[in-house]
Design a binder for this molecule. Structure first.
Ligand code: ADP
Ligand code: MG
Length: 339
C-alpha cells in the first residue's frame, strides 16, 4: 500500500467504535453500509436481518427517514427526530452518487437545555415576586405619614429583602457546588459540636414554636467531612425540621456507624411529606405547598443543596415520612473517604 492510500479496514473499524450512527445508501436506495451504532439505534426495525444490500424501505420501517433518503433535492440536510424516546440530530450528505445519513444522539443535550430554561424562568419568577411586593410598599410609603404604618411597611420590605438575599446566597452555593474546580476540604470534625452550634444559630426559630432541639450524638463522634459544606447540609435539614414542625414538637439529630457507613438522622414530629412528593423534594424549587413555604420563608433550593453536598462526599440523602406524624432525613456517607 502506498502512502497516499487509506486503509479502509481501519476506517470501517473506527466507524464501529463511533457513538454516532452512519448509514450509506446507493443511488437505488439500497443499504450499502451501516455502522454498529446505527444498527443499535434502529434495532427494532432490523431484528436479526442483515440490512446490507437490502432496499432501505424493506429494512427500516421509519417513513420519515425513508422520505429523507428519497428526497430528490441534492442539498445536504439537517433535522431533529425522535426514535424510541431518544432525540437525534440527523444529517444527510450527498457524496458522489451516494447518500450518507448521520445520526447524533442529542437527548442529554436537549434535557440539559430544557433544565436550564426551567431554571432561569424559576429564578426570574422567584425574584420578581418580592420585587413586585417591594415596589408596592415603596409606592405606599411615598403617600404615608403615620410613623407606625411606615415602620410596619419597612418591616415587610425587610422580609422581602431577606428572602432575595437567601435566594442569591443559595444560588451561589449551588453554582459553587456545580463548578468542577470546587474541591472538598476534608478534615476530622466532631459531629456533636457541629450540631450544637447549628442548634444555637437556629434557636430564634425553634423558640417561636416552642420546639425542643435534641442532640443525640455523643461527644467525640468524629467524621471526615468538608466542615463548611457539611454545616450547610445539616443546617438546611435542621431548619426544615423546625420550619415544618408543629408547635411544641421536637427535632432529634442522631448518628450511627453501620456497615462502613455513617448515618446521620434528622427526625422531626412535623407535618410530614405526602408519598407522591417525596421523590420530588430534592429538585430545585420544588415545594409541597407553595403558599405555606412562602409563609415560613425559604428558597426551595435547600434540599437540592443538601443532595449535592451529600453526593460530593460520595454519599446520599434519603427521606422517610408520614403526613401528620413527621419525617426523618438520613444522610449516609462512607466511613472512610475514597482517595
Ligand atoms: N422536615 C420536613 N417536613 C415536611 N416537609 C419538608 C421537610 N423538609 C422539606 N420539606 C418539604 O420539601 C420542600 C423543599 O425543601 P427545601 O428544598 O428545603 O425548600 P424550602 O426553602 O421550601 O424549605 C419544602 O418546601 C417542604 O414542602
Ligand atoms: Mg429548606
Amino acid at each position: 500500500m502506498n502512502n497516499n492510500q487509506i486503509d479502509t479496514e481501519v476506517i470501517l473499524k473506527f466507524l464501529d467504535f463511533l457513538k454516532e450512527g452512519v448509514i450509506v445508501v446507493d443511488e437505488n436506495q439500497n443499504i450499502e453500509y451501516m455502522n454498529a451504532y446505527a444498527k443499535d439505534i434502529l434495532k427494532n426495525d432490523i431484528k436479526g436481518i442483515d440490512p446490507l444490500g437490502k432496499h432501505f424501505s424493506e429494512v427500516i420501517k421509519n417513513n420519515y427517514l425513508y422520505s429523507i433518503i428519497s428526497y430528490k433535492n441534492k442539498r445536504d440536510f439537517k433535522e431533529e427526530i425522535t426514535i424510541n424516546d431518544d432525540i437525534f440530530l440527523i444529517r444527510m450528505y450527498h457524496i458522489n452518487n451516494k447518500k450518507v445519513l448521520h445520526f447524533q444522539d442529542i437527548t442529554l443535550f436537549e434535557i440539559y437545555k430544557q433544565a436550564k430554561k426551567d431554571f432561569v424562568s424559576n429564578v426570574s419568577h422567584e425574584l420578581k415576586t418580592p420585587i413586585a411586593v417591594m415596589k408596592g410598599i415603596v409606592e405606599t410609603l411615598e403617600q404615608e405619614e403615620d410613623v407606625q404604618t411606615i415602620r410596619k411597611f419597612l418591616n415587610m420590605a425587610k422580609k422581602r429583602i431577606d428572602q432575595m438575599d437567601s435566594l442569591i446566597n443559595d444560588l451561589l452555593i449551588l453554582a459553587k457546588l456545580e463548578s468542577k474546580e470546587e474541591k472538598l476540604n476534608i478534615t476530622k470534625a466532631d459531629l456533636s459540636r457541629i450540631v450544637n452550634s447549628i442548634f444555637n444559630d437556629l434557636e430564634h426559630l425553634s423558640k417561636e414554636k416552642n420546639i425542643k432541639l435534641i442532640n443525640d450524638i455523643p461527644e467525640g463522634f468524629l467524621i471526615d467531612v468538608d466542615q463548611k459544606k457539611f454545616d450547610i447540609l445539616l443546617k438546611n435539614l435542621i431548619e426544615n425540621a423546625i420550619k415544618y414542625n408543629k408547635p411544641e414538637g421536637s427535632v432529634t439529630v442522631s448518628a450511627e456507624r453501620k456497615d462502613g457507613e455513617i448515618l446521620i438522622n434528622v427526625t422531626d414530629t412535623g407535618i410530614g411529606i405526602p408519598k407522591e412528593s417525596q421523590p420530588l423534594i430534592f429538585e430545585r424549587f420544588y415545594r409541597v405547598d407553595k403558599s405555606r413555604s412562602r409563609n415560613v420563608g425559604g428558597t426551595g433550593l435547600g434540599l437540592s443543596i443538601v443532595k449535592h453536598i451529600a453526593e460530593a462526599h460520595n454519599g446520599k440523602v434519603e427521606v422517610k415520612s408520614e403526613p401528620n406524624v413527621g419525617s426523618t432525613f438520613t444522610v449516609r456517607i462512607p466511613e472512610r473517604r475514597d482517595g
